[in-house]
Write a new protein. Structure first.
Length: 322
């Protein structure tokens, strides 16, 4: 708590009483400014003061605010139609896995790996798959800023009978872990190309599986749906964003929305200070949530956030703790 008090005092000394700081993230009308994000980075010490860490913190703010806005509107996300939407990407993965299993069942186990590789190569060749020249740069761009606004209809790969769009590539990258995105950012062009061909192959295999009538069982989907509900309940418990809890915060939608915003801010501050565990909104929930709001993260301003955090940290270090 002492560091929090010092931060408030020194933030004023360093200029928070002047013009509003740069906005670095937004969800509808709610905004996160540079100084607040820098303060969270200081509270989170000893995390590295890097633009990547600042971006991840901003991503947590955006996804939690999107969750808060849905909850404030009374949407539990637990109805059957919403659950099917949330699980759509995972269903695709399960269908592709089952199709691969059926393909590999045609050959002896010892030859499965080589068959998988040769089948993939043959499929790409038969469908005359081709990468556009800008595909490599596009993947690096999304690995750096997976939530940026982009023309979702622009093709980056083509094959006989279809295209793979920028929106599809961005979705793939959004579902990757931060460590995998970091691996892509630092990869060679040859390795980047390998990732891209993997994404194209995934689309072709999904197409084949659907044509063959491959689908997951109702029991399997039910288990997945229950996992999704468990995740939502867990987030409610940790953040205080349960619709029923927000309903008691005020009769008007505006009062509930302000309560949600305040709870997200308090939760992130407590998580940064390690008073509570940070529960991230997982990609299967974050990606559909962000389709329903207007939002942005200013990735090009994260260096400013880091510089501000360093100044705050240096200022707090120079003042003795009471």
């Amino acid at each position: 708590m002492a560091r929090r008090v010092l931060l408030v005092g020194w933030a004023a000394v360093l200029g928070c009483g002047g013009p509003p700081a740069e906005v670095v993230a937004r969800v509808n009308q709610w905004r996160l400014d540079r100084d607040r994000l820098a303060e969270l980075m200081v509270l989170a010490q000893p995390v590295p003061l890097t633009a990547d860490v600042a971006y991840e913190l901003a991503s947590h703010w955006v996804t939690l605010m999107a969750l808060g806005q849905r909850a404030a509107a009374g949407d539990s996300l637990l109805d059957s139609l919403t659950i099917r939407d949330l699980m759509a990407y995972r269903v695709r993965q399960e269908v592709t896995t089952e199709w691969r299993r059926r393909l590999q069942a045609r050959v002896p186990p010892a030859a499965a790996a080589s068959f998988d590789s040769s089948y993939a190569q043959r499929l790409l060749e038969d469908r005359r798959a081709r990468l556009e020249p800008h595909a490599t740069a596009l993947l690096r761009q999304f690995a750096t800023d997976p939530w940026q606004m982009a023309d979702a209809t622009q093709p980056w790969a083509t094959y006989a009978g279809g295209v793979v769009t920028t929106g599809q590539l961005q979705r793939y990258v959004q579902y990757l872990s931060p460590s995998t995105r970091g691996e892509i950012r630092g990869a060679s062009d040859q390795r980047i190309t390998g990732f891209l061909w993997g994404f194209v192959l995934e689309e072709l295999l999904v197409e084949q599986a659907e044509s063959a009538g491959v689908a997951i069982s109702e029991a399997a989907f039910g288990a997945m749906a229950q996992e999704a509900r468990d995740v939502v309940h867990n987030l409610w418990e940790h953040t205080g964003l349960a619709p029923a809890s927000l309903a008691s915060a005020g009769a008007s939608s505006g009062a509930r929305a302000q309560a949600a915003r305040r709870r997200v801010d308090e939760y992130l501050e407590a998580a940064a200070a390690r008073r509570v565990t940070l529960e991230a909104v997982p990609p299967f929930l974050a990606v559909p949530l962000l389709r329903r709001v207007e939002w942005e993260i200013a990735a090009d301003r994260m260096t400013e956030v880091v510089d501000r955090a360093r100044r705050l940290l240096a200022a707090t270090a120079s003042v003795p703790t009471p």
